[in-house]
Design a protein around this ligand. Structure first.
Ligand SMILES: NC(=O)C1=CN([C@@H]2O[C@H](COP(=O)(O)OP(=O)(O)OC[C@H]3O[C@@H](n4cnc5c(N)ncnc54)[C@H](O)[C@@H]3O)[C@@H](O)[C@H]2O)[C@@H](O)CC1
Ligand SMILES: [K+]
Length: 466
């Protein structure tokens, strides 16, 4: 499990640790890890540190201090290090002195010839969009030069991944003590590049955000045993498709057949198309452990959604099924419920704009789970899964090629199948998104939704091999 912690949590852990250590010890740990990561990068790109031109963008706080001390370490190994402070009056005094003593120097303009740029403008103390002095330095980063962000890319909100205006786009982020949610959630995550965690010895409580890894998923997947039969493995029912969108039914069934349930039942007007493609499918109403309702349903079918929600099987509501959902009916349910909106559907459920959901995905998914009393999977670049007050799960797999017609139908079928296999709403959502993203990576791109469904068994097996 990869875990991420809010600024408040990280600060509290830092205070607690600092009280037990000599002054400045934590910053030295951070700077040592940062310098080592930079040296590793310089070794790979140009054979070594000696003679490398390193530029430090230095903000007014401790983030700038980290950059200066790391710069001093690189200067001692023969790098030519130039620090450009955002505000020369407010620059970490100890860090500046250390850099000068090591042979580095301070400048007012960003040198345009460089082998590496360190972004030490803002870390977890950054608030809102970059102010002009910081934005001006970011604009002067020479194109094509690798950028290492110190703790997080400046301009990215550490707690949410929101980016309000200009921000650094890093090749590597060296983060200290703990991942921050903004490094795992878009738009921040795509600014961070490869994230490298430096252990500085923090003791941390339970996380605010987490990302499953292969072993976590393998541990949650419902595997049949010698005594399993198809009913014990769970039956998933698919209520999807319409005369206008029969394909959604076929794709949801395609996903459901690869999600580990013992059987897939289809109810709706696309039975012929479903059977033609998947003769394994049971047709017509009957008992199931979980329903998937919504993909390609079209308009005027809210009654079917309400009827399923009134029953005692688990229910996944997707796409057209999400229109006009009754929050009170959802809150009254005792069986697992999972909603799987994309940003536009989430915006409608919350009564806000699509843009605000996309800019603040973490807030949006938390508000949805609170308002509707259900687990929620918010689709998009970095899919999020929230349930009650538990840590929000961010999906680490996937590819931009998944933004293609029908891929959501496969996801809902797959995830419903996992619900039928006995997973909770949050687990089914997180595991479904993970496998779906892994399968898409296997296919590459451009991809068809049905290829994603076909790659699911291999993705399932992949999770067993870390
Ligand atoms: N606290 C600790 O124990 C440790 C902190 N470390 C470093 O310290 C950082 C946090 O340091 P600080 O609390 O000093 O905060 P930062 O260095 O992140 O930034 C705070 C400063 O930036 C200014 N600022 C805030 N938002 C701005 C914006 N949008 N545009 C321009 N300027 C803005 C503030 O006025 C303040 O002076 C961490 O990210 C990490 O890099 C590490 O050295 C490890 C140990
Ligand atoms: K930074």
């Amino acid at each position: 499990m990869r875990t991420a912690y809010s600024v408040e949590t990280v600060r509290a852990a830092e205070r607690e640790l600092m009280a037990r250590l000599p002054e400045g010890a934590l910053m030295q740990r951070a700077a040592a890890g940062l310098a080592a990561a930079c040296a590793g990068r310089l070794r790979r790109t140009r054979g070594g540190v000696y003679g490398a031109r390193v530029v430090l963008l230095v903000g007014p706080g401790d983030n700038g201090g980290d950059a200066l001390y790391a710069g001093a370490r690189l200067a001692r190994r023969g790098a030519a290090v130039t620090a450009v402070p955002m505000d020369p009056e407010r620059t970490h005094p100890g860090g500046s002195a250390a850099l000068r003593a090591a042979g580095g120097h301070l400048a007012r303009a960003v040198p345009q010839r460089a082998d590496l740029v360190l972004d030490g403008l803002l870390g977890i103390g950054g608030r809102g969009g970059l102010r002009p002095a910081a934005a001006a330095l970011v604009e002067r980063i020479p194109p094509g030069v690798p950028v290492v962000a110190v703790d997080l890319p400046s301009g990215v909100d550490a707690d949410t991944g929101e980016v309000a205006g200009p921000a650094v786009t890093a090749d590597v982020t060296v983060t200290f003590g703990a991942y921050k949610p903004g490094l795992l959630i878009d738009p921040g995550a795509s600014r961070a590049g490869a994230v490298h965690l430096v252990d500085i010895g923090l003791e941390l409580p339970s996380p605010q955000v987490e990302a499953l890894q292969h072993a976590d998923v393998a541990g949650l997947l419902p595997e049949p045993t010698a005594t399993s039969d198809k009913y014990r493995r769970g039956v998933v029912g698919i209520v999807a498709g319409s005369a206008q969108y029969p394909g959604a039914a076929v794709l949801a069934v395609a996903g459901a057949l690869r999600g580990g349930a013992g059987a897939v039942r289809y109810v709706g007007p696309a039975a012929e198309a479903v059977l033609a493609r998947y003769p394994e499918t049971l047709i017509g109403p009957g008992r199931v452990q979980a329903w998937v309702v919504g993909p390609g349903l079209g308009e005027g079918r809210a009654g079917e959604v309400a009827e399923l929600l009134a029953g005692d099987a688990a229910v996944l509501v997707d796409a057209d099924g999400l229109r006009g959902l009754d929050a009170a009916a959802l809150r009254a349910r005792s069986a697992p419920t999972l909603l799987t909106p994309h940003a536009g559907e989430a915006a409608a459920l919350l009564g806000v704009s699509r843009e605000s959901v996309e800019a603040g995905r973490l807030d949006a998914v938390r508000m949805l789970t609170q308002r509707y009393g259900a687990a929620v999977l918010l689709k998009g670049s970095t899919t999020l899964v929230a349930s009650g007050g538990a840590a929000v799960r961010v999906n680490p797999t996937g590819t931009p090629w998944l933004a293609t017609a029908g891929s959501g139908d496969v996801l809902s079928g797959l995830t419903g199948s996992l619900l039928a296999g006995g997973l909770s709403g949050a687990d089914a959502g997180a595991v479904g998104a993970y496998l779906h993203g892994l399968a898409a990576r296997r296919v590459g791109g451009p991809l068809l939704a049905q290829q994603v469904a076909e790659a699911l068994p291999d993705a399932w097996q992949d999770t067993r091999h870390p």
